[in-house]
Design a protein around this ligand. Structure first.
Ligand SMILES: Cc1cc2nc3c(=O)[nH]c(=O)nc-3n(C[C@H](O)[C@H](O)[C@H](O)COP(=O)(O)O)c2cc1C
Length: 269
């Protein structure tokens, strides 16, 4: 093996933190260099990424509605290519449920020529909420993630068997979000709003938007599609960006009421 590569989509940084922690432990154990391929921004998705049998690749994505984000699934398929390349899958979720996220990304990677030797489903702060899984990954999570990385590194040095995961059951449909009263929440068309008086035109929101949907001429307008990733809300230094869609806000309140319990990470080697 020549290098460890990380390929990730991470609008609000939780996925990047989790996968980097695993990868850094692997790199230290194997004494290999690390290369980041951050495909969050549209410009990074203009290239394709081909990996060889000499690479060890970590592929990571957040879970949206219980699966790989629907706008990113075809992007991972289009951009990331293996050739018998050993891979580790990291699927990150915000404390409700990982549902099919880990399995879907694992099966996608296998279809794209990777030999998936390990996989992890890990909790990070819910990007839509200030309180849900707010302190994750915790110090304990970080230790576990590094220990997982060291174990995977050991496995990578052998002739590794593919990870044991259910490959037969079809992937279940997307989770349907609910409002506080537990009726369906419909917020597909919601877009972030801007307190114009707070906006300092720093352009951070437009640069952070993974869909390139915020106008660089007028940061208060969002002509493109919104995937509700909250990157613009989280990165704004003056808290100018916010969502006011009542169905979305009710869904977030429902999550905060019902999913405050601690979720364990899942490690498959
Ligand atoms: C649109 C959207 C849908 C989400 N759906 C789920 C979900 O189904 N289950 C869950 O536990 N977390 C869910 N989350 C939370 C994210 O998976 C979690 O916050 C993740 O850490 C975000 O990754 P990032 O920080 O790399 O952007 C969702 C977040 C967003 C923005």
């Amino acid at each position: 093996m020549n290098r460890i590569c990380l390929v990730y989509f991470s609008p609000t940084g939780g996925t990047k933190l989790v996968v980097s922690t695993v990868a850094e432990a692997m790199a230290a154990e194997l004494k290999l260099p690390l290369e980041h391929f951050d495909i969050t921004r549209p410009a990074a998705r203009e290239a394709e990424y081909n990996f060889s049998a000499d690479d060890l690749v970590l592929i990571a994505s957040p879970t949206y509605a219980g699966r790989v984000p629907n706008k990113m699934l075809p992007e991972f398929e289009r951009l990331v290519h293996g050739e018998g390349t050993k891979a580790v899958i990291v699927s990150v979720y915000g404390g409700r449920s990982n549902d099919e996220g880990l399995r879907e990304l694992t099966l996608l990677a296998e279809n794209k020529g990777f030999n998936v030797i390990a996989a992890a489903g890990c909790v990070a702060r819910h990007s839509m909420s200030g309180s849900l899984a707010a302190h994750r990954p915790s110090a304990k999570d970080m230790e576990e993630l590094a220990a997982f990385g060291r174990k995977v590194a050991e496995k990578a040095l052998t002739k590794p068997e593919p990870v044991k995961i259910d490959r037969d059951t079809p992937i279940a449909p997307y989770y349907k979000p609910l409002k506080e009263d537990l009726t369906p929440a419909v917020f597909l068309k919601a877009k972030p709003q801007t307190h114009a008086d707070k906006c300092i035109a720093c352009a951070l929101c437009a640069e952070a938007c993974p869909m390139g949907s915020i106008s660089f001429d007028d940061f208060c307008t969002v002509p493109g599609i919104c995937i509700k990733c909250h990157a613009c809300v989280r990165c704004c230094p003056t808290e100018a960006k916010y969502f006011d869609n009542e169905e979305l806000l009710s869904h977030i309140r429902m999550l905060e009421k019902n999913y405050q319990g601690e979720q364990d990470n899942l490690y498959l080697i």
